[in-house]
Write a protein that binds this ligand. Structure first.
Ligand code: B3K
Ligand code: ZN
Length: 855
């Protein structure tokens, strides 16, 4: 398969004014008629892309083309002597019923419960018909959808123009939709289904009356209210914070249970994984429900950052994703404690993006080449991309950032643009901003190192900071990046802040001084995680413990706990630490914090996951040793704070359900305390768990109890698992939880995984179900990195390679750090990856395997 390079970008030779589509869905196939009005804009052949589509007829300006007038090869249909202005008419035949890749038009569901939906980003439209399927070709779409009346819901982008019965076929009907906005084909969507709808209205700041609709199976419609409210909140938030109002008369969301990712921002017709839209207290944990709101906001925000202004080519993916993630993170920060939001976002970044950046899959936020663009919907593009926008916003300050984004929307509305365009609009108030371009180009996580010196005579504190980024194969030697370091100095005696400044490190090494400092302070760096870097500062454990109690920045309180834990757990990796200091600081902090901010208190008890710890180990990683050390420290925390658990648990009684930040905090802390109490074998803790399960008012309580019982193997855990299954048997998303709690259990083994994979409810065609076992299982490295564990995992990849290569390739990426394993595991993993290579054929999996094996 061919590698595509950013530097090879060329304008399309033809653009498209209008597209008329007529999609007719039949029992075992569909036909698609299209009519494209096209104009030449550059020299070259007229090229259309098509995959798994059968060409039936092709006409230019009403005349059929003879076979010499066009050619078809390698997924391309080429017309060499096309006139400068033409109308192209095509008819093709496709097979949505057997499309398991979940790209293009596909049938979801089984038996009598089926529906047809589309997923076109990035290159799925070419599975619907031949088309210049690239993001810089924008057109006005009119879509007619026709299907059997078994599918009463017929939707497409834009406004409904007409609907009716098909005269010559009384069991069929149609609907015609017109989208007045110019859009690339990746934002096309249509649906034929039998769904109920929840309706609401929103009046925009510009006075537009918008009809809001959430479509779901009738049994799920009562779980659409949370999402609907989030949609309205997001619409209002974007008006206030970015001055952006919605631009169509209708906004539709459709829930589908078989979907490769979270959701898709198609113009006016978002398609959502049920897991990212449905929410109810009885069936959805707080964490998931919060995620539902964030994803709804994310897709809504794309209407401006992605849809109205889109990407010139797929290398610019971060232009829409990084910015939109930053926007949804800011929205979420307004819905809860902003410190907790930052903690959760940084925890994800560290666990996944830093790991990716440290291994063979490292790539710049704007990649420079790819074989399969689907492989680049990564945490680097999304989350590191968001961190760059956050640095830009913080460096400019809120007023200038707003001026810059206003300028971006003013200048580029309706266009397909690049990262450079984005930076140039943002730099209208400050041209230094353009120096951040290297953050988009350079892979690898910078290491920020530093130390301080205090001069009593001159009352000056100097901080020396330096940066270093590993040299990633295939890229230029790394350059120093502009790194904003939010810094505060704390007086040791009073605990007060005696200096506060944003330092900008933009060279390999720099020294910063603070005057009028009367005694040597404790320095707190990277407050709110002001840059996506690793931090290595010459702290004493006592400094960190001091910051844990005195920092006013909630994020940094968490950050110092993580630094302490890492020092303790990674002793062999050159760190040294005394757990007593950490335990004492925790014991002191917890009681007050538990009442002031329960959610933050819960986070301070975090111990990084086994995978995250592993990402700091570059050689001879022994999963068993790390598991033992991690569990050992967890036990130490649980036991040393043991007197507090009973008090805390009693302070956090089960309450009737409320969806407030406070109530969620109490539920989160309660679950952490329960697990700690079980670990410390506090008398009666097993009964607490059972009572919490039996009397739960919501899923956060019930599932928290179940998870604790399973992980601590309390007597009756199996009985409770069975009860959970029976109670929620009809709800796929809850059954996903049932699968995952078992697959991720502390004591899971490969027999259990095999049982789950052959369970009657396991379904290879539903990505949520596959992930509920396989991704959950990957969270237990001691089982994953055994020959049987890896055999199961690679068999799954092999099995999905043909049916759903996007999913297969994503699952494979989790194995990227195989080469850090201690022998003989390393050798064993290498052999299994090599043997997998011989059994797979999708370019998705082959490209990822190639990179993974290049380590
Ligand atoms: N833009 C889509 C992602 C499409 C992924 C295709 N493999 C969802 C989102 O980021 O909002
Ligand atoms: Zn997105």
């Amino acid at each position: 398969p061919r590698k595509i390079h950013l530097t090879d970008y060329q304008l399309p030779s033809f653009d498209v004014d209008t597209v008329d589509l007529d999609i007719k869905i039949f029992d075992d196939h569909a036909t698609v008629d299209s009519r494209l009005v096209m104009n030449r804009q550059a020299a070259g052949d007229l090229v259309l892309y098509g995959e798994d589509v059968e060409l039936v007829t092709i006409m230019v300006d009403g005349e059929p083309l003879s076979s010499e007038q066009y050619s078809q090869a390698d997924g391309k249909l080429t017309i060499s002597d096309a006139p400068n202005n033409l109308t192209l008419e095509l008819q093709v035949r496709i097979h949505p019923q057997t499309n398991t890749a979940l790209e293009g038009l596909y049938m979801a569901g089984t038996g009598s419960d089926t529906m047809f939906v589309t997923q076109c980003e990035p290159e799925g439209f070419r599975k619907i018909t031949f088309y210049p399927d690239r993001p810089d070709v924008l057109a006005i779409f009119t879509t007619r959808v026709e299907a059997n009346k078994r599918y009463p819901t017929l939707l497409a982008n834009g406004n409904l123009v007409e609907q009716g019965d098909v005269v010559e076929a009384p069991d069929r009907h149609y609907a015609i939709w017109h989208d007045p906005t110019n859009k690339p084909s990746y934002l096309f969507a249509c649906v034929a289904a039998d769904l109920d709808v929840l309706t609401d209205h929103y009046t925009t700041s510009e006075g537009r009356e918008v009809l809001l609709e959430v479509y779901a199976k009738s049994s799920d419609i009562d779980k659409c209210h949370v999402g609907m409210q989030a949609l309205k909140d997001a619409m209002a938030w974007d008006e206030v914070n970015y001055g952006r109002a919605y631009d169509l008369d209708r906004y539709m969301i459709v829930a589908v249970s078989q979907f490769n990712m979270g959701a898709m921002e198609n113009k006016g017709l978002n398609i959502f994984n049920t897991a990212c839209v449905l929410s109810s207290p009885e069936t959805t944990t707080d964490a998931r429900s919060f995620n539902v709101k964030a994803v709804i906001a994310h897709e809504y925000f794309h209407n401006w950052t992605g849809n109205r202004i889109t990407c010139r080519d797929w290398f610019q993916l971060c232009l829409k994703e990084g910015f939109t993630v930053y926007r949804d993170q800011s929205f979420s920060a307004d819905q809860q404690s902003s410190a907790v939001q930052r903690i959760d976002d940084v925890a994800t970044l560290r666990a996944h993006q830093f790991t990716e950046d440290a291994g063979p899959l490292a790539h710049p936020v704007r990649p420079e080449s790819f074989v399969e663009i689907n492989n680049f919907y990564t945490t680097t593009v999304y989350e590191k991309g968001a961190e760059i926008v956050r640095m830009l916003a913080n460096t400019l300050g809120s007023d200038n950032f707003r001026k810059g984004t206003d300028e971006y929307f003013r200048r580029y509305d309706g266009q397909a643009v690049t990262v450079e365009d984005f930076l140039s609009a943002l730099s209208i108030t400050d041209d230094k901003i353009e120096n951040f371009i290297d953050w988009y180009r350079q892979p690898g996580t910078p290491m920020l190192s530093g130390h301080q010196a205090y001069d009593r005579e001159t009352q000056t504190l100097t901080i020396t900071l330096s940066q270093q980024t590993r040299h990633v194969n295939g890229f230029e030697a790394p350059k120093p990046l502009p790194i904003p370091v939010a810094t505060a100095l704390f007086d040791k005696a009073s605990g007060d802040i005696v200096g506060e400044r944003m330092l900008l490190l933009d060279q390999a090494e720099q020294t910063f001084s603070f005057d009028n400092i009367t005694s040597e302070p404790v320095v707190s760096l990277l407050r709110d995680f002001s840059a996506p870097v690793q931090l290595n500062y010459d702290y004493q454990d006592e400094d960190l413990a001091f910051l844990l109690t005195h920092e006013t920045n909630g994020f940094n309180r968490w950050q110092v706990t993580q630094m302490l834990v890492n020092r303790i757990l990674l002793q062999g990796q050159g760190t040294k630490s005394n757990p007593e200091v950490y335990l004492q600081a925790l014991a002191q902090t917890l009681p007050t914090l538990a009442t002031d901010d329960a959610m933050l208190a819960a986070r301070l008890l975090d111990i990084p996951s086994a995978q995250e710890l592993a990402s700091a180990i570059h050689k001879d990683y022994d999963p068993v040793l790390i598991k033992e050390q991690r569990e050992g420290l967890y036990r130490q925390v649980a036991e040393s704070l043991s007197p507090q658990w009973t008090t805390l648990y009693e302070q956090l009684p089960l309450q009737s359900y409320e969806d407030s930040s406070e109530a969620r905090g109490m539920r989160a802390l309660r679950n952490v305390v329960l697990d700690m109490a079980l670990t410390a074998k506090v008398t009666g803790a097993a009964e607490w768990a059972q009572q919490q399960y039996d009397n739960a008012s919501c899923m956060t309580e019930r599932f928290g109890a179940l998870k604790a019982m399973v992980n601590h193997q309390v007597a009756n855990a199996d009985k409770y698992l069975a009860d959970f299954y029976n109670r929620f048997q009809a709800d796929d998303l809850v059954i996903d939880l049932w699968f995952s709690v078992q697959a991720a259990a502390d004591n899971v083994n490969t027999d259990k995984i095999n049982d789950l994979l052959t369970h009657a409810d396991f379904d290879w065609n539903t990505p949520n179900r596959v992930r509920s076992v396989i991704s959950a299982f990957a969270s237990q490295p001691t089982v994953l990195w055994t020959s049987e564990g890896l055999r199961i995992y690679t068999d799954v990849i092999q099995r999905l390679d043909e049916s759903n290569p996007v999913l297969a390739s994503r699952l494979l990426q989790v194995l990227a750090r195989w080469y850090t394993l201690v022998e003989p595991r390393r050798q064993m993993a290498h052999e299994q990856l090599i043997s997998l290579q011989k059994k797979v054929s999708s370019k998705h999996v082959l490209e990822s395997l190639d990179s993974v094996l290049s380590a």
